[in-house]
Ligand binder design. Structure first.
Ligand code: FAD
Ligand code: UDP
Length: 386
């Protein structure tokens, strides 16, 4: 085989697949990327809807990272639109600042307070759990029962159809809790959206990948026969790859309900949204209550900064998964990890296939993390196939 001229078949045209193709193609390899969907960018796909609004088709995607390396890599393909991602929670009939911060505490007690007041409240209410073992304990050990029940218990039950005590601490533990007035949803050092969207970013990565072809509407099984290859990179669901021989892994799916409004239709809502041209007061409002079946309403125009009179909101309904639905979320829980481990053992023995990404490694990863994973995997493969 010639140095640097191997043939890679890459299943999945999301961040993982396209970043891997980009690096491999620059090392002289030939890459065929396939995706069963009619578009690239995977779950990060964004597009303009009928109202002309740029929406995130598969739920809100807030790019953030602490990694300068990943930021430098992606910045070659996009400019950035800085956003302080701020959201609210709607429960007990009113909007609350969320994630929990000093403003939330003031809303709770109905009067102004200081950081010291809030810290005293937390010291008196949080449960003494030195080493939280699940998502219930991780929140109770920080804020106590009242705030846990108000914001976390109902939302998590709806989202995962599991009690927080049956989920890893990392699930609810990723939501910051602050005693100052910092109300940003995320804590990473860099928080911004690609200025022309994720689809555009990934199109630019593909355009800079020599000897790479993309075949949409193409399933793995068809591609495997059609495109001879020296190595396969798989970014789909790991249990699907192995024909679900140990049974399907558990996933959580979602259903999205879109609703668009013209500028004229938005006028009566101005007292709620305060900002002209918006339907709700923030880019995301969470609904932890049992009274509604959805978990959140996203109005991404707040974050994208798109200048357009119309707006679109998306209600997100958690959904039971079956093989005919999208497996949006691997379940971060010990029983699911044990089920995955069986497939991971098979994967480790599969020397001609590399498994990367959220579904192939069955991990609740963000976009920056899968980008990092793809960069590392590509480096290894470049050495191996040099
Ligand atoms: P994917 O984007 O899932 O891409 C895999 C691709 O493989 C898909 O396009 C799929 O069609 C294709 N595929 C699968 N099986 C086959 C097959 N058999 N044949 C052909 N093609 C196949 N991350 C953040 O950083 N910030 C966020 O705010 C954020 N919010 C999220 C919100 C939601 C609702 C969801 C579901 C995820 C969110 N994420 C967020 C995570 C983010 O979507 C992932 O980290 C990222 O998209 C993973 O990229 P990937 O390439 O590994 O997988
Ligand atoms: N969560 C919650 N209440 C909220 C927001 C989040 O209980 O108002 C929990 C819930 O279990 C959720 C997890 O924290 O799945 C992580 O939230 P995030 O918003 O990061 O979820 P994602 O955007 O990945 O769906």
């Amino acid at each position: 085989m010639k140095v640097g001229s191997s043939r890679f078949l890459i299943v999945g045209a999301g961040f993982s697949g396209l970043v891997a193709a980009h690096r491999l193609s620059h090392a002289g390899h030939h890459c065929v990327v396939v995706d069963k969907r009619p578009h690239l960018a995977g779950n990060a796909h964004d597009s303009h809807d009928k109202a002309g609004v740029l929406i995130h088709n598969y739920g809100p995607h807030y790019f953030r990272t602490n990694s300068q390396r990943i930021l430098d890599y992606l910045s070659a393909f996009t400019g950035w639109h800085p956003v302080d991602y701020t959201i609210q929670s709607f429960t007990e009939g009113k909007f609350w600042p969320f994630p929990i911060n000093l403003n939330t505490f003031e809303e709770l007690i109905g009067k102004p307070a200081t950081t010291e007041d809030f810290e005293r409240y937390l010291a008196a209410n949080r449960l003494d759990i030195p080493d939280p073992k699940n998502s219930e304990e991780v929140i109770l050990s920080q804020v106590g029962p009242r705030l846990y029940e108000l914001f976390f218990e109902g939302y998590t039950l709806k989202q995962w159809k599991r009690h927080p005590r049956d989920l890893d601490p990392s699930v609810c533990g990723r939501i910051p809790i602050r005693t100052n007035r910092d109300d940003r949803y995320l804590s990473e050092t860099f928080q911004a959206l690609p200025d022309k969207g994720y689809t555009h970013l990934l199109e630019n990565i593909l355009a800079d990948s020599p000897n790479t072809t993309l075949h949409l509407n193409t399933d793995f099984h068809e591609a495997r026969e059609k495109f001879p290859h020296d190595h396969l990179i798989f970014t789909g669901a790991i249990d699907e790859y192995f024909g679900r021989k140990y049974g399907p892994l558990p996933y959580r799916s979602l259903r999205f309900e879109h609703e668009s409004f013209t500028a004229a239709e938005l006028v009566p809502r101005e007292s709620i949204s305060k900002k002209t041209g918006f339907w709700q007061p923030a880019m995301q409002v969470n609904y932890p209550g049992k009274d509604v079946p959805f978990t959140r309403i996203v109005e991404i125009k707040h974050a994208t900064g798109q200048k357009i009179g119309a707006t679109t909101i998306v209600r997100e309904f958690p959904d039971d998964w079956n093989v005919s639905k999208e497996p949006y979320y691997p379940i971060p829980a010990p029983d699911a990890a044990a089920a995955y481990q069986k497939y991971a053992t098979l994967a480790a023995a599969e020397t001609n296939t590399t498994f990367i990404g959220r579904l192939a490694t069955y991990r609740y990863y963000n976009m920056d993390q899968v980008t990092g994973m793809a960069l590392v995997a590509a480096e290894k493969l470049i050495k191996r196939f040099a």
